[in-house]
Design a protein around this ligand. Structure first.
Ligand SMILES: *[C@@H]1O[C@H](CO)[C@@H](O)[C@H](O)[C@H]1NC(C)=O
Length: 242
């Protein structure tokens, strides 16, 4: 109806210009939405991420994309430390064991994995303690991430920081840090209650909505948790494509 009015010569010239502009403006918004924001149905998003998960596996033998990404990040960290003798996670039998366990878990449930969680950020000295996966969000539409974590505190935990760094299409997009002990204090399904004794266990399943207003593209996330001595006791990497 709007278009007919615009094209109707009976409409005053002075009103026609703004109406035409408005129409063009609407078309622009719509094409921006389709180009940058419309992720398509959840099944398509899932398929894209499943494909990239498998593509990464076969491209790089046993090394998933997350592992490759992790190597990249570690390379930077190692350079800073000036340590050129690089110990790989795969050289650590405990790591290999933990990796097998979690990969079986992903495979047997046919999940779409989008990330890994480790008991630290130093390669060669950690095990896999969790996974993040992508799921359709049945309640709200779109998609969500689910984090599985089985983690044991080696030492007493008095508190520290949660640090988050997000890259969008390989560019720094966002970083922030929070007090770990009050990270989720206002959430109904609160999971974190500091302090923790040595050998205390976390066994979590936590869902997080992936907002539908995020533009299309490649999202890489690094997150870590420090303790009272500034040591990184948990480290996670995730990668997904919208
Ligand atoms: C994680 O912990 C839960 C509960 O203790 C257990 O059922 C599950 O098998 C564990 N998963 C892995 C991959 O270790």
């Amino acid at each position: 109806m709007g278009i007919k009015r615009i094209c109707n010569p009976g409409v005053m010239y002075t009103r026609r210009i703004p109406a035409a502009l408005l129409f063009i403006f609407c078309c622009m918004i719509f094409s921006v939405y389709v180009t940058y924001f419309n992720h398509g149905p959840p099944e398509d998003i899932m398929a894209r991420n499943r494909q990239q998960q498998h593509g990464a596996e076969s491209d790089n033998e046993d090394k998933g994309l997350h592992v490759a990404k992790r190597d990249e990040l570690n390379a930077v960290e190692n350079e800073e430390g000036g340590d050129d003798e690089k110990i790989k996670d795969e050289d650590n039998p405990d790591f290999v064991e933990s990796k097998k366990l979690w990969e079986n878990f992903i495979k047997s449930n046919d999940y779409v994995s989008i990330g890994d969680l480790y008991s630290g950020c130093d390669e060669g000295d950690r095990v896999l303690v969790g996974k993040s996966i992508m799921l359709p969000d049945k309640e709200n539409g779109g998609i969500k991430a689910r984090i599985f974590l089985n983690f044991t505190f080696e030492e007493e935990y008095m508190g520290g920081e949660f640090v988050l760094e997000v890259k969008y299409n390989n560019k720094e997009l966002y970083d922030n840090h929070w007090d770990m002990c009050i990270l989720d204090e206002n959430q109904p399904d609160r999971l974190i209650f500091c302090p923790y004794e040595a050998n205390a266990q976390w066994s979590w399943v936590k869902d997080k909505k992936i907002p539908s207003y995020l533009p299309k593209g490649r999202y890489e996330t690094k997150a870590y948790v420090t303790n009272q001595d500034d040591k990184r006791i948990l480290c996670g990497y995730s990668l997904f494509i919208l």
